[in-house]
Design a protein around this ligand. Structure first.
Ligand code: DP6
Length: 380
């Protein structure tokens, strides 16, 4: 019997992956860049176990047994077994859970598949690149296989061998970077990113402009901005890329809409704040849903939190509302509030916020008490 437990975090793209050139292998139409978040606040935890006594492969997700025949899961398992350095042909049991509510609409599949593949790679002693295996589970998962700022190179080979993720810089390169996730109250059922990107690539003319004429240059500029720690350039391109992804979605037919009124209010608010302080201090980005992720430097947090709480008053007590890292200080300046040209929202338009930072990537948990499967290979 052999058991491995691992945690991995979600990543938030600043240059979005949007559109596939191969739906089965999950090959993208563009390079993308993201930061992997700290595992302390938002992580998937996965235990994998093999044993001669197991009769079949099985998987439990967030406490419920799921279908092992899921094609994306099978892609990962098949590739892992092909690349295994040991001759372990025993069946595997997998148990995985998130430490954040799936209902929050945060990209859980990236953390989940990255965690699964990193755990299986240890179990099967795979030492070379595993990002392409994570990619075949969910595209963006390949960027969660490592920490810091990460680039997924789209590659050109038809079998996907060169469509892999590489670290641009580790988290320690830009330790001042902070992330604030604003979880927006929302009830609407969203279009999955797979369906949204398929429709966009098939029907949007603007998409061709994005891929051919915007992204090649934008990728180079933002990569350089990360290396030089040039926040202004980083923030401007992050904002523009999020808006362009949602613009091509709107150009799809029928249109693919992910943001809601609160999302648009956040966009206006961030621009009004940056204008009032006469500097680009905060960048926003939106994935396939209404939640906003903000990138900002630690030194901007006390002032920004003051204005955020003023314009988006919490609807619940602060202990429940503020998750993640502790806010050491929050500055309230009436003078600054007066300068910000936007309207104050009703309390509770944000469900809660998560304050976090860039992380170091997946971690193995060596303590047997951390395992999610017992000696019989069943969830604990
Ligand atoms: C908007 O990785 O969830 O978050 O490859 O179909 O599983 P599949 O899609 P997924 O798409 C993520 C899209 C995004 C942008 C990004 O993370 O780059």
């Amino acid at each position: 019997m052999c058991t491995v437990t691992c945690i991995a975090s979600i990543n938030i793209a600043v240059i979005k992956y949007w559109g596939k050139r191969d739906e089965v292998l999950i090959l993208p139409v563009n390079d993308s860049i993201s930061a992997t978040l700290d595992t302390d606040h938002l992580h998937a935890k996965t235990t994998v176990m093999t044993s001669s006594t197991f009769k079949e492969d099985r998987i439990w997700l967030n406490g419920k047994e799921e279908e092992i025949k899921n094609p994306r899961l099978q892609n990962c398992l098949t590739q892992i077994r092909k690349r295994a350095r040991n001759s372990n042909q025993w069946k595997v049991h997998i148990c995985s859970e998130n430490n954040f509510p799936t209902a929050a609409g945060l990209a859980s599949s990236a953390a989940g598949y990255a965690c699964l593949v990193v755990a299986l790679a240890k179990l099967y002693q795979i030492e070379d690149d595993i990002t392409s295996i994570a990619r075949s589970g969910s595209g963006s998962a390949c960027r969660s296989v490592m920490g810091g700022f990460v680039k997924w190179c789209m590659g050109s080979e038809s079998n996907g061998a060169d469509s892999i993720a590489k670290q641009i810089v580790p988290a320690s390169h830009w330790p001042e970077m902070r992330i604030l996730i604003l979880v927006v109250n929302d009830t609407k059922k969203k279009i999955s990113s797979s369906i949204g990107m398929k429709r966009t690539i098939e029907t949007s003319d603007l998409m061709q402009h994005r891929i051919k004429h915007v992204l090649p240059n934008r990728i180079k500029i933002i990569e350089q901005a990360i290396i030089e720690k040039d926040f202004k350039t980083f923030a401007e391109h992050t904002i523009k890329d999020s808006n362009q992804m949602h613009a091509v979605c709107l150009d799809a037919y029928p249109p693919v809409v992910y943001m809601n009124d609160v999302s648009h209010t956040i966009i206006n608010f961030v621009h009004a704040y940056n204008e009032a302080v006469n500097e680009v201090k905060v960048a926003y980005t939106f994935d396939a849903g209404p939640n906003a992720t903000l990138y900002l430097l630690e030194e901007s947090v006390p002032e920004f939190m003051g204005v955020l709480d003023h314009f988006f008053p919490p609807g619940i007590n602060l202990e429940q509302y503020r998750k993640g890292l502790t806010f050491k200080e929050v500055i309230n300046s009436q003078e600054l509030f007066n300068k910000i040209n936007t309207t104050r929202q009703a309390p509770g338009s944000l469900k809660y916020i998560i304050y976090t930072k860039v992380g170091n990537g997946p971690k193995y948990l060596e303590d047997p008490n951390d395992h999610l499967l017992n000696k019989e290979g069943l969830p604990i």
